[in-house]
Design a protein around this ligand. Structure first.
Ligand code: PMP
Length: 470
């Protein structure tokens, strides 16, 4: 290793040693990292001592807020008791058992999903969706339908970055130069009325058009070849897109009629984000598989889960003597420390009524955002449900013309927001700033965060005007 010069800073070392995910290498080398040091609640400090209000909860994930000593203590105890053991073969541990049981109970009680039967643990949303993709194949092979393997996803959908999950992700930026999507994954239209509704088309007609497109796709490919449809209840990284009226109510019977499994990707919407425990409850869904991550541990430990229905389980169970062990899963699946953290995290969400807090403060935050930035000349739409909100930019308010620039206004504002003391995300598919604060946020913190964001937007206006002219 070469010796670092005396004045070599952490930022320099970062440039030298770290390959960042989802980051422009050119921009990073030019601008350097934002190095964060400690955090509490909804506030996070950077290395220079500047305190930022985190209106993103990291990546939509720190649902209980930062710096919970109760979780640190549970983690320390878990590490001391049983620092690791895996779930392979039939090995098990108390925390993993209790977390699986708790997740099922919550889904059954809070989302009415009594048909859900087993929890398969992973370590990221991406790997859980890869598990789902593989399980769907496995299930159809076991029940004698080897042709039934294709998966339908949506443009704007985000399901992760591993091979299968990145393929299901419907954001072209995640496919570029990776030779994705893999064969057999189809992307149907993005269900975002504000941007993709035709001029003069009602929301109901938009839903109808999208549903007809899905029906046509199923007809064209043949239902006997299509295994699953994957959807986020509310699209997150693709732009905080709420389903148009009647979308899921129309979609689900079509999937059921065609024997197509419905995978609800609740990685963001699970555990309170929408002001209800699950998107499954919020939109009256009956998924065959539910993907969970983020809020399951509030990102205090990487834990994800695929929750499968009794119907799928029954096929796996019946075929087990013939097929032997299900040879899938990873070292850290059901990690006793992660599971212990998950249990305390869920205790906090319940005890502090954080889902109720999200339900109460979501409309408040939406109103504050609308009031402060809704009239901005380049803001076309402010929307959201619970504490999952978005501000969408348009280059022309009358025509709703989208920005042509690669670096859209949302990125400019997100960058300026740091200087103003607030963290928001600039999303990669449509020109949206996303807001998803910890569910424990207070009204005062919302006021402060929104105010700072509004200032950042004001400061960004000349740059946005330039982008609009491109
Ligand atoms: N699905 C959804 C809906 C997500 O938002 C994400 C992460 N943003 C993922 C899957 C992937 O999760 P991870 O980053 O943990 O792999």
């Amino acid at each position: 290793m070469t010796e670092m010069p005396r004045n070599f800073s952490l930022a320099d070392m970062d440039r030298e040693a770290l390959f960042h995910p989802a980051t422009s290498i050119a921009d990073h080398l030019k601008n350097g990292p934002l190095i964060l040091s400690d955090a509490h609640g909804a506030r996070i400090k950077d290395q220079t001592g500047r305190v930022l209000v985190d209106l993103g909860a990291g990546l939509w994930c720190v649902n209980v807020g930062y710096g919970r000593t109760e979780i640190a203590e549970a983690a320390a105890k878990a590490i001391t008791d049983l620092s690791f053991y895996h779930l392979f073969g039939s090995s098990s541990n108390e925390s993993a058992i209790r977390l699986a049981d708790r997740v099922l109970s919550l889904l059954r009680e809070k989302a009415g999903a009594r048909h859900l039967s087993k929890v398969f643990f992973g370590t990221s949303g991406s790997d859980a969706n890869d598990t789902n993709y593989k399980l769907v194949r496995y299930y159809n092979n076991l029940r004698g339908k080897p042709q039934k393997k294709k998966v339908i996803s949506r443009l704007g959908g985000y399901h992760g970055t591993t091979l299968a999950s990145a393929s299901m992700t419907g954001i072209p930026a995640y496919h570029v130069a990776f030779d994705l999507p893999v064969e057999g994954v189809f992307h149907t239209s993005c269900p975002h009325y504000f941007r993709f509704g035709h001029e003069g088309e009602s929301e109901e007609a938009f839903t109808e058009r999208l549903i007809n497109e899905i029906k046509d796709l199923i007809r064209r490919e043949g239902a006997e070849t299509i295994a699953a449809f994957i959807a986020e209840p509310v699209i997150g990284s693709g732009g905080v897109c709420l389903p148009p009226v009647g979308y899921f109510a129309r979609l689900q019977p079509i999937l059921a009629e065609n024997d197509i499994l419905f995978i609800a990707d609740e990685v963001i919407t699970g555990f309170g984000r929408l002001g209800s425990w699950f998107g499954t409850a919020h939109f009256d869904l009956k998924p065959d598989i539910v993907t969970l991550a983020k809020g399951l541990t509030s990102a205090y430990f990487p834990v994800s889960a695929s929750v499968i229905s009794e119907e799928i389980w029954a096929v796996l169970e019946a075929a087990s003597p013939q097929y032997g062990p299900v040879m899938h899963g990873s070292t850290y699946a059901g990690h006793p420390v992660g599971a212990a953290i998950g249990l305390v995290n869920l205790d906090i969400i319940e005890r502090e009524r954080l889902v109720e807090n999200a339900a109460e403060l979501g409309p408040y935050m939406l109103a504050r955002l609308t009031e402060r930035v809704g009239d901005h000349p380049y803001v076309g739409n402010v929307r959201g449900t619970g504490l999952m909100l978005g501000v969408e930019f348009v280059a022309d308010k009358k025509t709703k013309r989208a920005f042509a620039a690669k670096t859209g206004p949302q990125r400019v504002v997100a960058k300026n927001a740091i200087a103003e003391g607030v963290l928001v995300r600039g999303l990669p598919y449509i020109d949206v700033n996303a807001f998803s604060p910890p569910l424990s946020i207070t009204r005062d913190e919302i006021d402060e965060g929104v105010e700072r964001y509004a200032r950042a937007l004001e400061l960004s206006t000349p740059a946005i005007r330039d982008l609009a002219a491109q």
